[in-house]
Design a protein around this ligand. Structure first.
Ligand SMILES: Nc1ncnc2c1ncn2[C@@H]1O[C@H](COP(=O)(O)OP(=O)(O)O)[C@@H](O)[C@H]1O
Ligand SMILES: [Mg+2]
Length: 316
């Protein structure tokens, strides 16, 4: 057992050696999903697409942070604890005395949802309060989801993405269509696509964001930034990776699906991991890894972050 003095000595040591700054930062989307389980009964789950991407990358061993703001309430306490358990760098998770952002999922089949959070904590995210020097350590930053459709957070995030890009941090973007993007989202879609080195969309994102068939939507998206690498996922169907000089299609591994919550987040997380940690590999391998990560997430309930072993097992 540690004595109180040993405890204070070890925490002093922890303070003098500050942990290294993260190599990967996902910013913006963090919320609590309140899901109706049956009749008047509801369950809360920590969530947010960007937060899921951060957990996916952290699970694979990359020093990672989720950058955003949560409240000081019971739901936000759960988000804090889950972030800590996921190994995220908590210096990037800000707490402000405002109401939590809630996604009310009142029907799951087919999904029906709305958001509560008119002046909520997420909107108060302040990039100026992030640890000093972090932009110099980050290699990739990820943006997307409803945070880019929630003023004034949306402008804060797109400004941050532009600053990061100017400093040589690579930008990943997954719009992740939600009904709050039905009106007025187009300028943000154009801005973020233009800033991105990597864009991830699902077939459904393409159809809903552009209101056209998938091929026309993809052409419109690519015209916004012809240099960007684009990953198009299609659930259990073939995904396409449009990379500099090559376009590759591949099928995800077949798995027994428990649910597909967070599959897209796991797939872009897997792709980012592969790009950061396996740079010697080619695009075909990067795509295979991303698809295996997405499929591995489907084998468990909720937004499961698959381990490296789970993903590798599906590659073999
Ligand atoms: N039914 C499924 N079987 C196997 N893999 C799946 C399935 N659904 C999703 N995935 C994996 O997750 C990835 C992303 O799923 P998709 O549904 O296209 O995205 P999103 O979750 O963003 O809507 C797919 O490319 C695939 O790798
Ligand atoms: Mg998605």
């Amino acid at each position: 057992m540690q004595t109180p003095s040993a405890l204070s000595a070890s925490s002093a040591a922890a303070h003098s050696e500050r942990p290294a700054l993260p190599m990967f930062v996902s910013a913006g989307d963090i919320l609590t999903d309140l899901v109706r389980t049956d009749g008047p009964h509801w369950t809360s789950h920590p969530g947010g697409a960007g937060w899921n991407v951060a957990r996916a990358v952290a699970r694979l061993g990359v020093p990672t942070a989720f950058a955003g703001a949560i409240g000081v309430d019971c739901f936000s306490d759960d988000l804090w604890r889950a972030s800590d358990a996921a190994g995220l760098d908590l210096r990037f998770l800000q707490r402000v005395p405002r109401a939590p952002l809630l996604a009310i999922v009142h029907r799951t089949h087919p999904p029906a949802y709305f958001f509560i959070g008119d002046a909520s904590a997420d909107l108060a995210f302040d990039p100026e309060s992030l640890p000093q020097g972090w932009t110099g350590a980050a290699r990739w930053a990820h943006f997307g989801g409803i945070s880019l459709a929630r003023a004034p957070l949306s402008a804060t995030l797109s400004r941050l993405a532009a600053e990061l890009r100017a400093q040589g941090v690579r930008i990943s973007f997954d719009p992740n269509y939600r009904n709050v993007m039905e009106h007025g989202y187009r300028p943000m879609l154009e801005t973020m696509t233009a800033l991105a080195d990597l864009v991830k969309v699902s077939d459904e994102d393409l159809r809903c964001l552009f209101g056209t068939d998938e091929d026309t939507a993809l052409d419109t998206l690519r015209a916004m930034n012809p240099a960007a690498t684009v990953l198009v996922t299609r659930g259990s169907g073939a995904a396409t990776l449009i990379a500099p000089g090559e376009t590759i299609a591949a099928m995800p591994p077949r798995v027994e699906v428990v649910d597909t919550v967070g599959a897209g987040d796991a797939s872009i997380g897997g792709l980012l991991f592969s790009l950061m940690q396996r740079p010697e590999r080619g695009w075909r391998d990067h795509l295979a890894f991303a698809l295996a990560a997405g499929a591995a997430a489907c084998r468990h309930a909720g937004a499961h972050s698959p381990s490296l072993d789970e993903i590798v097992a599906l590659l073999e």
